[in-house]
Design a protein around this ligand. Structure first.
Ligand SMILES: [Zn+2]
Length: 280
């Protein structure tokens, strides 16, 4: 069923005969890359399993050699290719980002570098990997309702909230026999988008996830969440990835950033200004 979902979901991004380079784990039968490969083959596309990017320059060589029309991978891995891409090479037409929170700042870098269309995917291992995918309207994720029942609930009470209100995403499996899940808590904050999508789907639409109910720290008066760092930092040219460390306690609590950059240096002044927002 995941194979069918991937096939149908990818038909928004890929036309028959187009070449799709998959930067996801795919060596093991039943892995996400393997299921995606089968879904694409059913739709008449040409999947090229690659695996996770370890050497971006090798991945870029394969991308050019294979003349890839579409890339699928995690946001920071695809960003690492965009930062090092040679503009004389073929640019991908579409990109599907998955496996992680997708910062708008990264989407913007990819669109500006390649002039491509970027789509997000929402999923988790517990969903059988696929949960929802964006359409051309980019209003949110059209959910995989043939196999799963999604609800937005109040995280305190577990009660469903009215459509359009924010809460925690939970889902129940409808067709699974081996390990059914009931109201499985994702920890993600989002809401259903009300009203019809221009694409005409009858599926419900989940707004882009607005962070998690856990995974934040308070430093001084500020509540810091990872998506805030993502959006503030990934627009810096040359930034590939970063890590955040919180140390100390009480009034001595401090938040430090370690950055990983491509050869292009981030202008020091600009970095200091941004960094000072999180490192007073
Ligand atoms: Zn739509």
């Amino acid at each position: 069923m995941t194979i069918d979902f991937f096939g149908v979901g990818m038909s928004t991004l890929v036309e028959a005969g187009e070449r799709v380079l998959i930067f996801l784990p795919g060596e093991t039968p039943g892995s996400v890359g393997d299921l995606l490969r089968m879904g694409l083959e059913r739709k008449g596309a040409h999947p090229i399993p690659y695996g996770m990017v370890k050497d971006p320059f090798h991945a870029l060589d394969v991308m050019e050699k294979e003349q890839a029309d579409c890339l699928v991978g995690s946001p920071t891995q695809i960003l690492s290719l965009a930062r090092r891409w040679n503009p004389s090479h073929k640019a991908p037409r579409t990109i599907l980002l998955s496996t992680d929170y997708v910062p708008a700042a990264i989407v913007s870098v990819l669109e500006n570098t390649w002039g491509c269309k970027v789509f997000n995917h929402y999923g988790a291992t517990e969903m059988g990997l696929g949960g929802g995918v964006e359409c051309e309207a980019h209003r949110g994720f059209h959910l995989r309702e043939a196999d799963m029942f999604f609800e937005i609930v109040n995280p305190e009470t577990g009660e469903p909230v009215p459509d359009g209100e924010y809460g925690e995403v939970v889902f129940s499996t409808l067709t699974r026999r081996g390990m059914p899940l009931l109201r499985y808590r994702m920890g993600d904050r989002s809401r259903f988008i009300v009203g019809e999508c221009p694409c005409g789907t009858k599926l419900r639409t989940l707004e882009k996830v607005r962070g998690r109910f856990s995974g934040f720290v308070s430093v001084g008066d500020e509540i810091l969440k990872l998506p805030d760092f993502d959006e503030a930092l990934f627009s810096l040219s040359g930034l590939l990835n970063f890590s955040v460390t919180v140390s100390g306690s009480g009034e001595m609590k401090r938040c430090s950033l370690i950055r990983k950059c491509s050869q292009t240096k981030i202008p020091l002044v600009r970095w200091k200004r941004l960094s000072s927002r999180f490192h007073p």
